[in-house]
Design a protein around this ligand. Structure first.
Ligand SMILES: NC(=O)c1ccc[n+]([C@@H]2O[C@H](COP(=O)([O-])OP(=O)(O)OC[C@H]3O[C@@H](n4cnc5c(N)ncnc54)[C@H](OP(=O)(O)O)[C@@H]3O)[C@@H](O)[C@H]2O)c1
Length: 317
C-alpha cells in the first residue's frame, strides 16, 4: 500500500497521516452482521503500516467495545499513533436512546475507564462528543483541561460545536481539534467553524466524510438493524432524490481517474491544511483506496462542480 501524505493536526500538535481511520463501524452503527473483530484488528495494523496515524474511537461505540478493540489492535504499536477517543455520550446498547453527560465527575471516571480499555496511560486527543446542555460548557471543558494537567490526556477537542462555544472553551484551555460532520453533502462547518479553526491553530477532523458510505455510490441497501435506517437522508425517498449528487461526484471521479470515495475525501482535504478526515472502513481494499485520496488534487473545474452540488434531501440526524 502506498504511504499516505502527512499533515500537522493542530498548531504545535503531532504530524499525522493526512487520512485518518474512524473505527466506529467496526463495533457500532453500520451493518452489524459484517462485524469481525479479528479482521478489524488486522485492518488497523495495515492502516498503521500505510502511515495512517490518527485513530479515532469513542467510549459510546459498542458501547465500550470499540475502545477495547482499538486497544487490542494497538498493543505493541501504541507509540506509532495519535490516539483519539471521545466522552460525553451514553447508551445502554444498539437501538437504545443516546444521552449526554458532561458532568465533571463523569468526565473523570470515563477517562480512567477509557485509558484502561485502550490499554494506555495517556490519550493523545480526548474529545467531548457532544456538549451537554444541562452542564455549563466551562465546567465540562475545565474538567477535561484538568486531565491534561494530570497527564492522562495530551490535548482536548470538541465535536459538533459552534463558534461561540469554541470561543468559550478556548478562553479556558486551547481547543486542539474540532470533529464535526463535513462532506460533499454536509457543509455546515465551512462558513464559520473551519475559518475559526484555521485562525486559532485548531485542527479540523471531518467525520462521516464519505456521507456514511452514500457518496461512494456503492452503498448496499440499508437494513433495519443499521443505524442509518433511522436517519432522514437514508429513507428510500431521500436516497432516490440524492442520487443526483452521487452522479455528479462520479462524473468528476471519471474525468480525473479517481473513485467517488477519493473525490469525496480529496474535497475534504482541499478545505484547508488543518483538515484531516477520518473515513471509516473494515475492508483492506477500501482502506488503500481511501489513503490514496491524499495524493489527488482537485483541479478548478472539479472544485467548481463539487462546490455547486445541490443540497441534499433529508436532515443529517
Ligand atoms: N463525532 C461524531 O459525532 C461522529 C459521528 C459519526 C462518526 N464519527 C467518526 O467518523 C468516522 C467516519 O465516519 P462514518 O464511519 O460515520 O462514515 P464514513 O467514513 O463517511 O463512511 C463509512 C461507510 O462507508 C463505507 N466505505 C468506506 N470506505 C469506502 C470506499 N472507499 N468505498 C465504498 N464504501 C466505503 C464503510 O463500509 P465498510 O466499513 O463496510 O467498508 C462505511 O459503511 C467514524 O468511524 C467515527 O470515528 C464521529
Amino acid at each position: 500500500m502506498t504511504k499516505t501524505a502527512r499533515r500537522q493536526l493542530w498548531r504545535e500538535g503531532p504530524e499525522v497521516g493526512a487520512i485518518g481511520l474512524g473505527c466506529m463501524g467496526m463495533s457500532w452503527a453500520y451493518t452489524p452482521s459484517e462485524r469481525d473483530d479479528d479482521r478489524s484488528v488486522a485492518l488497523i495494523g495495515e492502516a498503521l503500516d500505510a502511515g495512517v496515524t490518527l485513530i479515532d474511537t469513542a467510549d459510546v461505540y459498542g458501547p465500550f467495545h470499540n475502545e477495547t478493540l482499538v486497544g487490542r489492535a494497538l498493543r505493541g504499536r501504541r507509540d506509532e499513533v495519535t490516539l483519539a477517543t471521545k466522552v460525553g455520550l451514553l447508551t445502554q446498547g444498539p437501538g437504545q436512546p443516546i444521552t449526554r453527560d458532561g458532568r465533571p465527575e463523569h468526565i473523570r471516571a470515563a477517562c480512567d475507564a477509557s485509558l484502561q480499555r485502550l490499554g494506555t496511560d495517556v490519550i493523545d486527543l480526548y474529545q467531548l462528543h457532544r456538549v451537554d446542555e444541562q452542564v455549563p460548557l466551562p465546567e465540562t471543558w475545565g474538567a477535561m483541561a484538568e486531565l491534561v494537567h494530570e497527564g492522562k490526556v495530551r490535548a482536548i477537542g470538541l465535536s459538533e460545536v459552534n463558534v461561540s462555544q469554541l470561543e468559550q472553551a478556548h478562553a479556558i484551555h486551547p481547543v486542539a481539534t474540532v470533529q464535526s460532520e463535513l462532506s460533499l453533502w454536509t457543509r455546515d462547518p465551512v462558513a464559520e467553524v473551519l475559518p475559526w479553526c484555521q485562525a486559532h491553530g485548531t485542527g479540523f477532523i471531518p467525520y462521516s466524510p464519505l456521507g456514511r458510505g452514500f457518496l461512494t455510490g456503492t452503498m448496499p441497501a440499508v437494513r433495519d438493524d443499521d443505524f442509518r435506517a433511522g436517519l432522514p437522508r437514508f429513507t428510500d425517498e431521500a436516497q432516490a432524490a440524492n442520487q443526483g449528487i452521487v452522479e455528479r461526484v462520479r462524473e468528476v471521479a471519471t474525468r480525473i481517474g479517481a473513485t467517488p470515495a477519493q473525490v469525496a475525501l480529496a474535497w475534504c482535504l482541499a478545505q484547508g491544511e488543518h483538515v484531516v478526515p477520518i473515513p471509516g472502513t473494515r475492508r483492506s481494499e477500501r482502506l488503500a483506496e481511501n489513503i490514496a485520496a491524499a495524493r489527488i488534487s482537485l483541479d478548478d473545474e472539479s472544485l467548481a462542480t463539487l462546490d455547486t452540488l445541490p443540497a441534499p434531501v433529508g436532515g443529517r440526524y
